[in-house]
Design a protein around this ligand. Structure first.
Ligand code: AMP
Ligand code: ZN
Length: 729
């Protein structure tokens, strides 16, 4: 790395400290040295790009300090035990683990595998490798030593081979997060842990269960460390008594870092971290990216779509680390474009040197580093890079500045723009096209041009030249919608047709075809429109969806660029609905006769808010029984659900937190009923319910988990409305 230019001393870094709750200026403890500890990856699965956003933040911090001339020691632990519970392993999370288990691979081999992939991802993102990546399993002795110390000083106690930290002995507990554990979340239990003296206490050491292979001998018998203790031990072992910066995502604040503070300060008797730096989350569809939510992208997913991994780095550079960032493929596309333009600007010839060149360059340099020094404001720094790109300064000066800035940005700005060699036949066509144009035979020239474009190139023509550039993969695909807000809401307009039929496709090619065709058959003659959303529909079904929508004038198809979530996909259809009545049909349903007229008749009764064929009753919001006869119900089931479009003005759209479909229909029915309307079913409607492919495609434990999540969401919302239970029949 080139040395910083001595004429422009860089401003000192000021960063926000989560514990002190204010921005403070960095002053080194040892001259010229800085230390960073980053909570590293858990290696029984791939890191997703949300995790990677956290590591990018740490990388910017480290690069800034290095640009200032500090010798930085950066430690990033690899969590290869503690977090890796047997149940997680047993589930065989993905094909690789399943394959590994089938091949008799050990947890160690699994950890190796994912560690390697993690390091590879970091490298492709331009994240400088940490000085060391200590593995938890290599530091168990250090952890045991700290735990012994804590037991010795009365901060921890043993029960049946488990050791817990006694939170009551550490008065500062809660100072980081202002939170106190109830002990339930961490242990994953629904009931208090009888082994703990105080439910806030957390495990430092766990006794090994009988069949466990990954275990160590300790003063308390065979066992394995709790999750938090590894960071106290590794930080202390590799960085000593005081760590300058400790980084992680905001979800680490509690309980992980709160517990780390308690352990470390109780064991060492002093503050061990000077500045706590926490990065905000990466969101998708407005929810934190997390495997358990099912909205995860891996870096390789982006690469498979033809993106440069550094486009993701650029995207993260456009948001401050303390703000949440909602990821969409559309924003990634914009980032990729921005990155390419910035690289191209490095090479463009423009600007003559003048007397002011030096001074102007110095100003811009100062502006850049000052922006970044202000709580790592990378977006502001990036804006200065753009200012340089457009400054009209001589090429050499611009290059020099941008290469200097790239020490921090890490965007590989000096990479020459891609100029792929054209294959011979494309070159031939290009020549023909050029000659035809010169001969002013434009229609023929256009035909040849179309042929070149058809081969995947874009053609740029000037009077003097004809150039073909390969269209990069990320631009070739027609971009789909990334959220329901990507489609306009037509709800304020008057209805244009009688019925809007809403169909969402996620899985099942034949099911989609059957559903659409059967609905269309019975819509004939009616004034209607059909809206189909391809909600991350299976790749192999794409041809079906094309067939289903081709040549059907009243069918509109919206393609989502990923699975938007069940509620969000329905909301696409609701925002676009122009029918007086909206009818949701699930792809498991086949229409066998005219359902539309009877549904309309039910809804012409102004007291009815939502109608359908299947419904449920409940006494307590917990148990639901299927209604056997026509009439009032507590909720209409979503397989077939109809309502007046105008009711949405009162009730609003569906709650997009329901990504999984279960309870979404109940939630909507309750929302309608809470406005004083009835929910009514007619069990004689001519419809048939087939196997539910979405449900069948979801593994049983996943169904359970997702169902539970939605159930609690539903329960929390509606238990405050007991009046909705007395209605119905
Ligand atoms: P884990 O592998 O789960 O321990 O997470 C590794 C790091 O990623 C931790 O610092 C987390 O706080 C962080 N993290 C997890 N999810 C996200 C997210 N959606 N956005 C940003 N950072 C995240
Ligand atoms: Zn940690």
């Amino acid at each position: 790395m080139p040395e910083p230019t001595p004429t422009t001393p860089l401003p000192a870094l000021r960063v926000y400290d989560t514990l002190g709750r204010r921005i403070s200026e960095f002053a080194p403890t040892a001259p010229g040295r800085a230390t960073i500890y980053s909570c590293g990856p858990t290696v029984y699965r791939d890191a997703h790009i949300g995790n990677l956003r956290s590591y990018l933040m740490a990388d910017w911090l480290r690069r800034f300090l290095e640009a200032q001339g500090y010798a930085v020691t950066h430690i990033k632990n690899i969590t290869d035990v503690g977090h890796m519970r047997e149940d997680v392993l047993d589930r065989g999370e993905d094909k690789v683990i399943a394959a590994a288990r089938a091949a008799g691979m050990t947890p160690q081999a699994i950890a190796d595998h994912y560690t390697e992939r993690f390091l590879h991802d970091e490298q492709r993102l331009g994240i400088l490798p940490a000085t060391r990546f200590p593995r938890a399993t290599e530091c168990v002795d250090e952890m045991i030593a700290i735990i012994e110390r804590l037991v010795g000083s009365g901060h921890a106690y043993e029960v049946n081979g488990n050791v817990y930290f006694a939170v009551a002995t550490f008065p500062g507990y809660g100072k980081l997060s202002r939170q106190q554990a109830d002990g339930l979340e961490e242990s994953g239990r629904a009931a208090p842990d009888p082994l703990k003296r105080d439910q806030r206490d957390f495990a430092l050491w766990k006794a090994a269960e009988p069949r466990r292979t990954l275990k160590w001998f300790s003063p308390w018998g065979y066992g394995f460390p709790g999750w938090h203790i590894e960071c106290s031990a590794i930080g202390h072992e590799f960085l000593g008594d005081v760590i300058d910066f400790h980084t992680g995502g905001v979800d680490n604040i509690f309980p992980h870092h709160e517990d780390e503070i308690a352990q470390s300060e109780a064991a060492f008797g002093h503050r061990h971290v000077r500045t706590w730096v926490h990065g905000q989350h990466l969101l998708v569809d407005g929810l934190k990216m997390a495997k358990s939510t099912g909205n995860v992208y891996l870096l390789s997913d982006l690469e498979d779509r033809g993106f440069d991994p550094l486009a993701f780095r650029y995207l993260c550079a456009t948001a401050k680390y303390r703000t949440r960032l909602n990821f969409t493929l559309a924003s990634l596309r914009a980032a990729q474009r921005g990155l390419e333009r910035l690289r191209a600007a490095m090479c463009e010839d423009a600007g003559e040197p003048s007397d002011e060149t030096e001074a102007r360059a110095g100003e811009l340099r100062r502006e850049f580093w000052t922006a970044a020094a202000n709580d790592l404001d990378i977006p502001a720094a990036l804006a200065v890079a753009w200012k340089v790109a457009r400054s009209g300064l001589p090429t050499a000066t611009r290059r020099e500045l941008l290469i200097d800035f790239d020490r921090l940005l890490g965007l590989d700005l000096a990479r020459p723009p891609v100029r792929n060699k054209l294959p011979a036949d494309a070159i031939d066509l290009l020549r023909q096209c050029h000659v035809l144009r010169q001969e002013q035979r434009y229609p023929e020239a256009d035909a040849v041009r179309a042929e070149i474009i058809g081969q995947g190139y874009e053609v740029r023509q000037t009077p003097a030249s004809t150039v073909a550039l390969p269209v990069p993969a990320w631009r070739r695909e027609e971009p789909g919608i990334s959220s329901s807000r990507d489609v306009d809401s037509l709800l304020q307009q008057n209805p244009q047709v009688e019925y809007t039929v809403s169909i969402v496709a996620r899985s099942g090619c034949r099911e989609l075809e059957r559903c659409v065709a059967s609905a269309e058959t019975w819509l004939q003659g009616a004034s209607a429109e059909v809206i189909v959303v391809d909600n991350g529909f299976e790749e192999e079904c794409q041809a079906f969806i094309d067939d289903v929508s081709a040549g059907d004038e009243r069918l509109r198809l919206f393609r989502a660029d990923h699975f938007l979530g069940s509620a969000a996909a329905r909301n696409v259809t609701l925002r676009q609905a122009r029918g007086r009545f909206v009818v949701f049909i699930d792809t498991s349903v086949e229409v066998k006769g005219d359902i539309f007229t009877p549904l309309r008749k039910m809804l012409e009764d102004p007291t009815v808010g939502v109608a359908g064929c299947w419904g449920v009753q409940t006494n307590d919001l917990r148990e639901f029984t299927e209604a056997k006869t026509s009439g009032d119900v507590h909720a209409v089931e979503g397989y077939l659900m109809a309502f007046r479009r105008s009711v949405l003005r009162e009730v609003g759209l569906l709650d997009e937190k329901f990504r999984f479909y279960r309870h979404l229909d109940l939630d909507f029915s309750f929302a309608v009923r809470s406005r004083g309307y009835r929910a009514v079913i007619d069990t004689t409607l001519p419809v048939v319910r087939h196997e539910h492919v979405d449900w069948m495609a979801t593994p049983p434990e996943e169904r359970d988990r997702l169902s539970k999540r939605n159930f609690y969401r539903f329960l929390r919302k509606w238990e405050k409305h007991p009046e909705l239970l007395s209605a119905g029949r």
